[in-house]
Design a protein. Structure first.
Length: 405
């Protein structure tokens, strides 16, 4: 038998096997895209054992990321990441964390070996990498975007770039995701600012959007000038899904720096349910509480991002769910972990089926931006996360690079 015929027959056998697997697989989240009353709806949930591989179904694998409220020293990586991996039943690919341009890491001495190993930026990159985790670093600022692009912090950005280059020079295919000025489209960040106050809201927003794009590009340019070229970083555009003010002129699309500046796009979006943070004057009757699924917190933003940047893989840079399923849960301070588990299986299943989604970061933190919401994963008697992520995979940097144009 010729080699060509053997190859053809092998391909036919592989395709037949894949089709058979697809026909017998239970797909999570097979529900209507409409948003019914959660208290009168029974969700069709998958069986706990998921057998499909997103790599086969969608052409790209899906990786897991997590964000926790820890400083990533060697001790904390060794203590808390095995705990997180045990909840997932597999190793997470990436860990998200935050650092400001004004952090001491970027003005204190760092060039000696001992100082470098104490540096807040280098230390966390390296300690996570040593245990097989890629960093998603969200680079914030306590000052305005304009102050960044006008050069006020160039010394600190230069030190940041040099430290990153020093880390890269250790070899081993080191690489990180950097997301400058995340959630720039929300009024809760310090760099949501206008140097002048035009009366026209559209002019005001256009100025803010321009300032962000210039600041994002400036940060990247400082890295390039210091020997960190575009191939050495995965640059991430990371807005919030929902803009504030929530008007069409403030959509995250207007902040986008452009395909030549960005490797990955992503957004943050949550199901806050009826947690205490939903008591807010910005909603009718002072209550923003509602139970939400993928049709409102993911689908609209994925659709918009695909239109904005059709060739860029999408990250869910932050997501999570409360276990307060009803207003009564909030009033009585009770938690419905069964509903939280259902939510995870339904919504992670949906994301696994989206061809352009590459990774999902769970926000395992309860207190943020001065608010409280029970987003953290329960540590006992809870297997909803493990069930939800059964089809996700661990992707080392060398493999991940293959899926990011």
């Amino acid at each position: 038998m010729s080699k060509a015929l053997v190859s053809v027959l092998s391909l036919i056998l592989i395709l037949t096997t894949i089709l058979a697997c697809q026909a017998s697989t239970s797909i999570p989240g097979n529900v209507s895209a409409a948003t019914p009353d959660p208290q009168n709806t029974i969700l069709e949930l998958p069986t706990p054992t998921l057998t499909f591989l997103p790599l086969v179904r969608n052409g790209t694998p899906k990786f897991l990321g997590i964000i926790m409220k820890h400083y990533w020293s060697k001790e904390n990586v060794e203590q808390y990441m095995p705990e997180a991996d045990a909840l997932a039943g597999k190793q997470h690919t990436a860990v998200g964390w935050f650092i400001d341009i004004q952090d001491p890491a970027f003005y204190e001495d760092w060039e000696t070996e001992s100082a470098l190993n104490r540096n807040n930026f280098y230390r966390q990159l390296e300690q996570l990498w040593q245990k097989g985790y890629i960093s998603l670093v969200k680079i914030g600022s306590t000052d305005t975007a304009r102050s960044v692009y006008e050069g006020k912090y160039d010394d600190r950005l230069t030190q940041m770039a040099k430290i990153y280059k020093r880390w890269l020079d250790q070899g081993g295919s080191r690489k990180a995701m950097l997301a400058p000025l995340q959630e720039m489209n929300g009024d809760w960040v310090a760099y949501y600012d206008y140097p002048s106050e035009p009366e026209n809201i559209k002019q005001k927003l256009e100025q803010r959007q321009r300032d962000f794009r210039l600041a994002y590009n400036h940060i990247q340019d400082v890295f390039i000038r210091n020997g960190v070229d575009r191939s050495m970083v995965w640059w991430v555009f990371a807005p919030n899904g929902l803009s504030s003010p929530d008007v069409p002129e403030n959509g995250f699309e207007y902040y986008y720096p452009g395909d030549d500046r960005v490797d990955l796009v992503g957004f943050a979006s949550y199901n806050y349910g009826f947690c205490p943070a939903t008591l807010s004057s910005v909603c009718a009757n002072g209550d923003c509480g509602r139970w939400e699924n993928y049709d409102t917190i993911y689908t609209p933003y994925i659709t918009r991002m695909q239109k904005m940047a059709p060739t860029k893989p999408i990250l869910i840079t932050e997501t999570g769910s409360s276990a307060m399923y009803t207003k009564e849960d909030r009033d009585n301070n009770t938690y419905n972990y069964a509903k939280k588990a259902e939510w995870m299986v339904l919504n992670y299943g949906y994301l696994a089926r989206q061809p352009m989604v590459l990774g999902v970061f769970y926000f395992d933190v309860n207190d943020f931006d001065g608010k409280a919401c029970d987003l953290s994963l329960p540590r006992e008697n809870f297997d909803g996360y493990r069930q939800a992520v059964a089809g996700y995979q661990y992707l080392p940097a060398s493999v991940l690079d293959e899926y990011i144009p």
